[in-house]
Design a protein around this ligand. Sequence first.
Ligand code: ADP
Length: 276
Amino acid sequence: MPRRLDPTDHRAITDRLRIAGDAGLGRRRQDEDFGWDKAHAKSLLPDVLAAVSGLQERLYAEGARKLLVVLQAMDAGGKDGTLRDVLTGLNPAGISVAAFGVPTEDERGHDYLWRVHQHTPGAGRITVFNRSHYEDVLVVRVKGLAPKACWSRRYAHIKNFERLLTDEGTAIVKIFLHLSREEQRLRMQDRIDSPDERWKFRAGDLDDRALWDDYMAAYREAIERTSVRSAPWFVVPADRKWVRNLAVASILRTTLESMDLQYPEPEKGVEHIVVT
Ligand code: ADP
């Protein structure tokens, strides 16, 4: 597979990052730059974001279909940075972010998809899941929070749940920000060393870091078993923030474009009206 990619070819970027079958987490480099020049890639981002914003406007105007973006990553993987750098240009009236942490007692009393389903996007809207129902086959598996007999059935539930959403008009993209263990170390140390960022660090983050290989095995299986044409996974190299930003923006642009969004028909004869 040639490493170089045209940074303006958002379809080619999307195709390269989409997973069908083997997730290739070991083969896909976290520090990949596709041969892009940093300054050039950064300069391209505003135009891609403007295109995404125009497409969001159409999605909103059409008022029928919806887009769900699932963001998953290890700690310090850049979920918040992606939200900040890529999604802030969108019209806030049409986008929301739902974050999923440790389930509350009430949430634990229901099936694991209950809390998630309530936050899926409504007509014309985009919702980003900052963590998601995938935690129920990731952290739950790695930390042994449920027996294997329980979490191993969930891949099928998740596929069916997402199928329900896509059948009812929701486009789904699932993005794994693929960070290296070394880059995580650097970012965590930076957080600890910087007084303004120290609040982001929790000692518990080190427990997850110690389980890195188990998490990668869990991510690999989740991605391979649930990446389907209608709800694909994308593995985005995340060590370089400027690569990550252009890649995620390109995926969103390609996805929204492929929805062929249409403005609704105006009322008949409206073009002849003169407002006085
Ligand atoms: P983030 O790390 O996403 O910025 P937090 O620091 O609040 O946000 O961490 C959320 C935590 O919730 C993570 O450690 C994650 O593993 C945990 N979590 C999310 N979903 C579940 C779940 N279903 N069961 C157990 N833990 C979960």
